[in-house]
Design a protein around this ligand. Structure first.
Ligand SMILES: [Zn+2]
Length: 173
């Protein structure tokens, strides 16, 4: 069963009540869907980069998360773990694909669906954040919100999320 999570929280709840009901949503001390979510090889000192489809428009989100992580958390790759196909059923979404299609399991493949008219910094970074296993928050790019440029004030909060999730050990800049 495919589970979708979308930029706008109402859509996310409608499509995936199990995710919407999670107690850890909006809790920056537990930013991941579960302790197993995301890329264990990139977390907790592993520092294995996550390969992303070679789509130039993804660069804004890749650069944001990499600059906060302090290392190349995301890299473009020919066999991407994060794909970027637009899903007409959910045009601003992330979804875990093979093999479990479960946000609570280690990710093997994740897709970001961002239609051409919504490829702004916030939306791209938000959906890539879901593909790190990050849940919605009340601040930063993981807050469900209209897209646009990423406000500089988001950086410290989002960097703490990466540290708490185990993707980074750097202090806030
Ligand atoms: Zn979302």
């Amino acid at each position: 069963m495919r589970k979708l999570i979308c930029l706008f929280i109402a859509v996310s709840f409608a499509l995936s009540p199990a995710i919407g009901a999670r107690a850890t949503e909006n809790d920056p001390s537990h930013p991941l869907f579960s302790d197993a979510s995301g890329w264990t090889s990139a977390r907790s000192g592993g520092r294995v980069s996550v390969a992303v489809a070679r789509k130039p428009w993804l660069r804004a989100g890749i650069d944001y998360w990499n600059s906060l992580a302090g290392w190349n958390l995301f890299v473009f790759g020919d066999d991407p773990q994060i794909t970027a196909h637009v899903d007409q059923q959910c045009r601003y979404c992330a979804l875990v694909t093979d093999p479990y299609a479960q946000w609570s399991q280690p990710f093997v493949r994740c897709n970001v669906s961002v239609a051409r008219d919504g490829r702004d910094e916030v939306t791209i970074a938000h959906e890539l954040g879901h593909c790190l296993g990050l849940e919605h928050q009340r601040s930063g790019v993981m807050r469900p919100q209209p897209g646009g440029a990423i406000p500089p004030r988001y950086r410290a909060f989002d960097q703490k999320l990466l540290v708490t999730a185990g993707y980074s050990s750097v202090e806030a800049t």
